[in-house]
Design a protein around this ligand. Structure first.
Ligand code: ASP
Length: 483
């Protein structure tokens, strides 16, 4: 009997996980699910992350050494960064257009928008921010009573514990000078860079430095190192295969845990959470779907031609389903690399260099979501953002998505910086917090697909793209299973 493709197995695990969570919530078993099933989901993410950090290191060294000469490396590096930047800015633009067209924040009832507006003005005054759209409800005597009531509310908002820890993280990110991000890329201790998952850029820096230096030493000295690195890469990829065999079960546990934590012992809570934020969520989902189903396939059609619409999704299926389940591009990276190499036929020289960088700096889904979220929050507080402010969003969302670590909720933390850049209250992340996890899962799929698309285009340009349309994308997984 033909074995079901891996991504279908993962999707079945995913659906069963959600169903199990809903069932266990209905019969009051949520804490059983959280105590006895969810930990396997955490083990899964830990396993993937365990592989991801050393894999990034060895893969970058391998990629640089594989490219061979510093000039081609520079050319490919330049093209890669430019392509990542273009797709990111495009994604922010898609987000801005959609949120302005749909206006999800304007669809709320007028009374609560006025309350929101007043609380915004109170906050802006307390922070010394200048209100740019010229409206001032606080000066209007007819809103005096409401203003008094709302002052307490906004104070309570700011004290929300889950928000304040995120505010602190973002605060330390922005207190530094303009060149701090550059300084942060250069580790002073390689081992502490390896030990901290958030420091992937430092690991990439070290890998590049090591790989480039390798190119400048005599052949007889570099050859054994390159061979060892190559073999170590193989070991890590084998580890991915082994973990992936159990992926459907792990994904079941992961989803059962995530949904149970949301629902507790009351399923209706999930529905309630989504009701209030449904237009906002819909706008984000629409933008993300546009990137996945229109933009990336169109880029494939324009630049690569060979790959059919369904062929593209078949090839990327395992990575996409995994990105959805784990909410982490870093954890998905090992599988993204396998999909792009084995199923799309991109040469290892390109994947091992372009994808680890992409997983860290290229987040089209994240920046699209940030653009939508900021404008939505402004709309629901009756704030009209000027053109200048919207352009600031393009800039800061691009930078914030580059700075976001490839882990769950990183985009939400960096959203604080985007909000502040246009003078909005960072504590508002609390408003969209309830639906963030599910949107995070979806934007991570876009992040991963964007990386794979750029990687394939770069490979095509370098003549290192050998797609075989007749090949069964699951063949490799099956062969590996037999091996
Ligand atoms: N979870 C996303 C990723 O890993 C980042 C984010 O948007 O929070 O790609």
């Amino acid at each position: 009997m033909k074995k079901l493709a891996l991504h279908w197995q993962i999707i079945i695990g995913l659906v069963l996980g959600i169903l199990w969570a809903l069932l266990s919530s209905a019969i009051g078993w949520s804490s059983f699910t959280i105590d006895w099933i969810a930990p396997f989901g955490t083990i899964f993410i830990n396993l993937l992350k365990l592989i991801a950090v050393p894999l990034v290191l060895f893969s970058i060294i391998n990629g640089v050494a594989g490219i061979g000469d510093p000039a081609s490396l520079g050319r490919m590096g330049g093209k890669t960064l430019l392509a990542y930047l273009i797709t990111t800015v495009f994604a922010v633009a898609v987000g801005l257009v959609l949120v302005n067209l749909i206006g999800p924040g304007k669809l709320m009832d007028q009374e609560s928008r006025i309350d929101n507006r007043i609380s915004y003005e109170i906050w802006a005054n307390s922070q010394g921010y200048q209100i740019k759209d010229g409206i001032n409800y606080l000066q209007d005597p007819k809103f005096m009573e409401r203003a008094k009531k709302i002052t307490d509310l906004s104070r309570a908002e700011l004290q929300d514990a889950s928000v304040s820890s995120k505010l602190e993280t973002a605060d330390s990110a922005k207190q530094s000078g303009p060149l701090q991000p550059l300084v942060d890329i250069v580790p002073q201790n390689f081992f502490s860079a390896l030990a901290d998952n958030g420091l992937m850029l430092q690991v990439i820096f070290f890998g590049l430095f090591f790989g480039i230096s390798l190119l400048f030493i005599p052949n007889e000295k570099s050859k054994p190192v390159i061979e060892v690195v190559d073999s170590i890469m193989e070991v890590f990829l084998k580890m991915v295969d082994l973990v992936m065999k159990a992926a459907p079960f792990f994904v079941f546990a992961l989803l059962a845990g995530v949904v149970s934590k949301m629902a507790g012992d009351d399923i209706s809570k999930v529905v309630e959470i989504f009701k209030g934020l449904s237009w906002y969520s819909l706008t984000v989902v629409l933008g993300l779907a546009f990137m996945i189903f229109v933009v990336y396939p169109a880029l494939f059609k324009i630049f690569i031609k060979k790959v059919s619409y369904t062929g593209f999704f078949k090839a990327m299926g395992p990575a996409q389903t995994l990105a959805f389940s784990t909410s982490s591009s870093a954890a998905t990276l090992p599988v993204t690399m396998e999909c792009v190499e084995d199923n799309l036929g991109v040469d290892k020289k390109v994947t091992s260099f372009v994808l680890p960088i992409g997983a860290t700096v290229n987040m089209d889904g994240t920046c699209l979501y940030q653009a939508v979220a900021v404008v939505f929050l402004a709309q629901m507080h009756m704030i009209d953002l000027t053109l200048g402010q919207q352009l600031t969003i393009v800039l800061t969302a691009t930078l914030a998505s580059i700075g976001s670590a490839a882990v769950p909720s990183a985009g939400l933390v960096m959203l604080i910086i985007v909000l502040e850049s246009v003078g909005l209250n960072p504590a508002w992340i609390a408003i969209i917090f309830p639906v963030d996890r599910i949107l995070d899962m979806m934007r991570t799929v876009v992040n991963v697909t964007g990386d794979a698309t750029v990687c394939s285009i770069i490979a095509k340009g370098e003549g290192l793209f050998n797609y075989n349309a007749d090949k069964d994308p699951n063949e490799d997984w099956k062969l590996k299973e037999k091996a």
